[in-house]
Design a protein around this ligand. Structure first.
Ligand SMILES: [Zn+2]
Length: 225
């Protein structure tokens, strides 16, 4: 399979965008070494753009991003793609509205994942962004579709764009790669604040009606018109 010229411009822009978004993972302290990645769907094509495997964040360039098909096979690029490519490709295959996927092992969110415990919705920010608790997905190992399946099954039964995969880390989705990065940043911030709160005593739950109206307002009315 080769990439035709009509999609080449789109892919070039996504290479720049996906590369640049990795700087947000380091800016917010969500990753160590090379463990964490961003990908984007190529709209209208069964392709994705993702970080190369094992390349330091300082050495990422638009050129060394890897283009894969939605089976995770390399279509364009000199490097092997992220080891999370199969899982992310599965998400793009199953959830057509998803335009971006992010994976991190950010500390506080992953600490909840290590306990297999959802982050309870006790902050307005959590209601805004996640529409309820941040859910936990199953334990799954790399090698087949089980991580992708776990992500999709968990997120299909939740309004949350983030899932804490048990004993592993965070996967987030968004309409764009940037939205998925934002969800990863917010997930870590909420996980940290709720953790700190619990050291002081039990947090006060939000009422479901308040969660629903906060989520609705933030998702539909918040921001610039
Ligand atoms: Zn991982």
């Amino acid at each position: 399979m080769s990439v035709s010229t009509d999609v080449a411009t789109t892919i070039a822009a996504l290479r720049r965008e996906v590369c640049a978004l990795h700087a947000e993972l380091t800016r917010y302290g969500l990753v160590v070494w090379t463990a964490g990645n961003v990908s984007a769907r190529v709209p209208g094509h069964d392709l994705l753009v993702i970080k190369p495997s094992g390349v330091s964040y300082d050495d990422l360039t638009p050129d060394n991003m890897v283009v894969c098909d939605l089976e995770g096979r390399v279509v364009e690029g000199d490097h092997a793609p992220s080891s999370d490519t199969q899982a992310q490709a599965y998400v793009y295959r199953e959830l057509p509205a998803v335009g971006g996927v992010v994976h991190t092992h950010s500390t506080y969110a992953t600490a909840w994942a290590a306990r297999g415990e959802p982050v309870p919705c006790v902050l307005t920010m959590c209601a805004d962004e996640f529409g309820g608790d941040i859910p936990v997905g199953p334990f799954a190992v790399i090698g087949d579709d089980s991580i992708g399946r776990g992500i999709v099954e968990t997120l299909r039964s939740s309004r949350s764009p983030a899932v804490l995969m048990r004993n592993h880390g965070v996967f987030t989705i968004g309409a764009t790669a940037r939205a998925a990065v934002k969800a990863a940043v917010m997930c870590e911030d909420v996980a940290r604040t709720v953790h700190v709160s619990r050291q002081l005593g039990p947090p006060i739950p939000l009422r479901q009606g308040d969660i629903d109206s906060l989520f609705d307002r933030y998702q539909n009315d918040y921001g610039q018109p």
